[in-house]
Write a new protein. Structure first.
Lengths: 339, 373
C-alpha cells in the first residue's frame, strides 16, 4: 500500500479503495460470500416450519478504540451477536460498515479488522457484506462501525416482554458494570489506575444452554448502555409490572465497586457488553441459574430480584437494611463527583 | 471492600438504631422532631442512598446543609467559566459534577456542545498534565470546593510554579465551611438542634471551624464519617449531648480526622491562598471572609486575567428557584414548586439539582416516587 494512513481516496471508489478491500478486508474476513465481490450477500437459507429470522443492527462509537478486554471491533461483533441472541436466535451472519476518519493508521485498521475476524470466528458468525466510508479529519472520531446481524430462531422459541408475569425471577449472568467502568478508567484526563477489563463477550451460547436446560425462560436482554437499570426499566414498563431488586444479591466486582464509591456512580447504571438479564418463571429459576453457572459466560450468574405487582416505581431496590427505594434510570452523561 | 463493608453491616446498624431509640426514651418528649443538619453533601447522599431517615424514629429529622460545593457555586462563576471555555485557545478542565450547573448563558455541557474544549478531570494534577501536554493552549482549571479540595489545588499550583508552566491557570472559587454555618445560625427562624459536621473537610481543618458553633450558639457538633454506621453513631452521640444539655465538638470519624487537622495541608493552603474580603454563595449571598483568593505572588495564575473585561457588571442570579430556602432548611426539596417539573437532574434550574450530593438531586434520585409496598 502506498500510504500508511487512510486517506479520503480510500473511500472514493478509487483504485486505493479496491486495494484496501482486496488486501485488507477480503483476506481478513475470508469467506465465500465476500469473495464474490457482489454488492450484497445472497443467503439461500431454507427455514423449517416455525423457524423465524431475527434481525438487528447497532452502531459502535467508543473512545479509546482499544481498551482492556476488547476493542471497537470485538464490541461491534459481540454487540450485534448479543442483540440477535436475546431473541433466542442463533446468530449466523453480520454486515459491517465502517466510517473511518481520514488519517487513521492502516496498521491500526488492520489490527482492528483482525480482531473483528477473530471475534466473528469465536462467535460462529460470518461477515458477509460491508461498506467503507472515509470522512475528512475532524468529522469523526477515528473509526465508527455499524454491524447488522441475522440469526435463526428455532421453532417454539418465543421470548419477549409479553411473557413477563408477576412472581417471575430476575437473573443476571455475571458481575455488572465492568465495560462501563473500564472505559471510564481509560479516559485520558481521569488518571485512574484500575484493575478492570471489559466484559465484552458473545452470549448466544449461554442463551442456547439456558433454553436447552429449562422451558421457563421468558425474556432476555443484554445490559448495554444505561446498564442493568435501563433493562429493568424496559422490562417493567413493557410488562406494566414492577421489579423488586435485592441490593445485596447483585454481583459487583471489587474494583468496579471501588470505582463507583470513588466517583459517585451506581454500578447498575454502568454499561455491560457481555451480561444478560433473564426473566424466568419462579419454578425454573434454580435450574436456569445452575445451567448458567455451568457455562463460562455465566459462571457468576445470580438471582437479583423478582417481578411484583405494579408499584409507584417501575424498579425498586431493597437494601440489606430492609429499606426500599426507587431505582431511577441513569440521567444523561455519567459525571464523576468532586470529592 | 475494606473500610466500607464493616460500616454497612446490618447487625451493627440494627444495634445502633436500637441504641438511638433507647437514647430517645431518656430525652423528655417535645412537640417537634430533633432537627439535625448534615452539613456535607456526601452525608446527604448516604442518608438517601441507605434510607437512614426511613430507618430512624420520627423524632429525628435530617436537614440538608450547605456543604455540597457544587450546590453553593454562584452563577457568576459558571458564567466566567463558560466565557473562558468558549475562547478558542482555552481548554477548560472541571470536576465532573460542575458540568451541568446552569449559568446565565448555559452550563459547561452546553459550552461543549457549542464547540468549547471542556474536559472532565478528577484532580487538579490531571489539569496540569493537560497543560503540559498542550503547550500551545491556555489550560484553565475550575478550582472549586471546600477545604477538602483546596490543598490539592494549592499543591498543583506550586508544582506548576516550580516547573515554570505558563499556560496553566486557575478560576478559583474555593470556600470555607465555617461562615455558612454561622450565617445559618444567625437566621432568626433557624430551628436546627445539632450538626453532623463534614468528615473530609475536617481531615484538613480539624475541629476548629465548629468550635464557635458549639461555644457561641450552643449547638452540639459531631464530625462524622460517611458510611451508615458512621452517621448513626454520630446521631447517637448528638442525642447524648442533647440529653445532657451539652454543646461540644466531638469526633466520630477518628479513623480519618485528627482534632488539629492536617497541618501540612493547612500550610500549603496558606502559601497559595488568603481569605478574600467577601465571597458570593448561591442561596446565602455574600459572606465575609468565607472564600479564598490567590496571594499576590501567584496572581499570575488567575484565570480571570484571560477574560478581557474582568470588571464587567456582575451577573444577577435570576434563577426562579428556591435553592436558598432548601439550603437553609426552610423547605424540603419536594416542597419547591419547580421540583420534578421545571427542575430535574437532566435540566436543573437550580444547583441543588445538579450534583447527586445536592439535596434535590438526592431526593429525586432516591425518592421521586415514594415506595409504598
Amino acid at each position: 500500500m502506498t500510504s500508511d494512513r487512510i486517506t479520503l481516496a480510500h473511500g472514493g471508489g478509487s483504485a486505493e479503495m479496491q486495494r484496501l478491500i482486496q488486501e485488507m478486508f477480503l483476506p481478513t474476513f475470508d469467506n465465500s460470500q465476500l469473495a464474490t465481490m457482489e454488492d450484497q450477500a445472497r443467503l439461500n437459507w431454507q427455514l423449517q416450519p416455525g423457524e423465524r429470522l431475527a434481525f438487528s443492527t447497532d452502531t459502535f462509537v467508543v473512545s479509546p478504540l482499544t481498551f482492556p478486554g476488547g476493542d471497537i471491533a470485538t464490541l461491534a461483533v459481540n454487540g450485534t451477536v448479543n442483540d440477535v441472541a436475546m431473541s433466542g436466535a442463533v446468530p449466523k451472519v453480520l454486515s459491517c460498515a465502517m466510517v473511518i476518519e481520514e488519517g487513521l493508521l492502516q496498521s491500526q485498521l488492520q489490527t482492528l479488522c483482525q480482531s473483528m475476524a477473530r471475534a466473528a470466528s469465536a462467535a460462529g458468525v460470518q461477515i458477509v457484506t460491508g461498506d467503507t466510508k472515509v470522512v475528512p479529519k475532524g468529522q469523526a472520531d477515528q473509526l465508527y462501525i455499524n454491524t447488522s446481524g441475522l440469526g435463526v430462531i428455532a421453532s417454539g422459541v418465543d421470548l419477549g416482554t409479553h411473557r413477563i408475569a408477576e412472581g417471575d425471577h430476575v437473573l443476571v449472568s455475571g458481575p455488572i458494570g465492568e465495560h462501563g467502568a473500564t472505559i471510564i478508567s481509560c479516559r485520558e484526563d481521569l488518571s485512574l489506575d484500575a484493575d478492570i477489563a471489559s466484559d465484552c463477550q458473545p452470549l448466544h451460547q449461554l442463551v442456547c444452554a439456558m433454553l436447552a436446560a429449562i422451558p421457563g425462560v421468558k425474556s432476555l436482554r443484554d445490559a448495554t448502555r444505561g446498564g442493568v437499570a435501563a433493562v429493568l426499566h424496559e422490562f417493567a414498563t413493557a410488562s406494566r409490572l414492577s421489579i423488586l431488586l435485592s441490593e445485596q444479591d447483585i454481583p459487583v466486582s471489587a474494583p468496579v465497586n471501588a470505582m463507583c464509591e470513588l466517583l459517585g456512580f451506581n454500578p447498575l447504571h454502568l454499561a455491560c457488553e457481555g451480561r444478560l438479564i433473564a426473566v424466568v418463571s419462579a419454578q425454573h429459576s434454580e435450574d436456569c441459574l445452575a445451567a448458567m453457572r455451568n457455562h463460562p459466560a455465566g459462571d457468576q450468574a445470580a438471582m437479583i430480584g423478582r417481578v411484583i405487582t405494579s408499584a409507584p416505581s417501575p424498579v425498586i431496590i431493597e437494601s440489606s437494611l430492609g429499606v426500599k427505594r426507587a431505582l431511577a434510570p441513569a440521567d444523561g452523561e455519567l459525571l464523576p463527583r468532586i470529592c | 471492600m475494606k473500610f466500607v463493608d464493616e460500616y454497612r453491616d446490618s447487625e451493627v446498624i440494627k444495634q445502633l438504631l436500637g441504641a438511638i431509640k433507647h437514647q430517645l426514651d431518656d430525652i423528655p418528649p417535645r412537640c417537634r422532631p430533633w432537627q439535625i443538619m448534615e452539613v456535607c453533601g456526601g452525608h446527604t447522599r448516604a442518608i438517601y442512598r441507605f434510607g437512614l431517615d426511613k430507618l430512624l424514629p420520627k423524632e429525628i429529622e435530617f436537614i440538608h446543609g450547605p456543604g455540597c460545593p457544587v450546590c453553593v457555586l454562584p452563577i457568576q462563576v459558571i458564567d466566567q467559566a463558560f466565557a473562558l471555555a468558549l475562547k478558542p485557545d482555552v481548554i477548560l478542565c472541571s470536576y465532573g459534577d460542575v458540568m451541568r450547573v446552569p449559568g446565565s448563558s448555559g452550563s459547561l455541557i452546553q459550552a461543549r456542545e457549542q464547540g468549547a474544549d471542556v474536559r472532565i478531570v478528577y484532580s487538579p494534577r490531571d489539569a496540569l498534565a493537560v497543560a503540559l501536554n498542550n503547550p500551545e493552549r491556555q489550560v484553565v482549571f475550575l478550582a472549586i470546593g471546600f477545604e477538602t479540595t483546596i490543598p490539592a489545588t494549592a499543591a498543583t499550583l506550586l508544582a506548576a510554579d516550580k516547573r515554570q508552566v505558563s499556560n496553566f491557570h486557575l478560576l478559583v472559587h474555593h470556600v470555607c465551611i465555617e461562615p455558612p454555618l454561622l450565617a445559618l445560625l444567625e437566621e432568626k427562624d433557624t430551628a436546627i438542634d445539632a450538626f453532623i459536621a463534614p468528615g473530609h473537610v475536617s481531615t484538613i481543618t480539624g475541629a476548629l471551624p465548629y468550635l464557635s458553633v458549639a461555644a457561641t450558639y450552643h449547638k452540639p457538633v459531631v464530625i462524622s464519617g460517611f458510611e451508615p454506621a458512621d452517621i448513626l453513631q454520630s446521631t447517637l452521640m448528638l442525642l447524648r449531648q442533647l440529653q445532657r444539655g451539652k454543646a461540644e465538638v466531638e469526633n466520630q470519624y477518628t479513623r480519618a480526622v485528627q482534632v488539629f487537622g492536617n497541618r501540612a495541608a493547612q500550610t500549603t493552603i496558606d502559601r497559595v491562598f488568603e481569605l478574600a474580603e467577601t465571597t458570593e454563595w448561591r442561596g446565602l449571598g455574600k459572606l465575609r471572609h468565607s472564600g479564598y483568593q490567590l496571594v499576590k505572588a501567584y496572581q499570575r495564575f488567575d484565570a480571570t486575567r484571560l477574560i478581557s473585561t474582568p470588571d464587567q457588571e456582575e451577573t444577577v442570579d435570576h434563577t426562579p428557584c428556591h435553592c436558598a430556602d432548601v439550603l437553609c432548611g426552610k423547605l424540603t426539596p419536594d416542597e419547591c414548586p419547580l421540583f420534578g417539573r421545571a427542575c430535574k437532574p437532566t435540566h436543573p434550574a437550580g444547583a441543588l439539582m445538579v450534583s447527586e450530593e445536592g439535596a434535590c438531586a438526592a431526593h429525586w434520585q432516591y425518592r421521586q416516587q415514594e415506595v409504598e409496598l
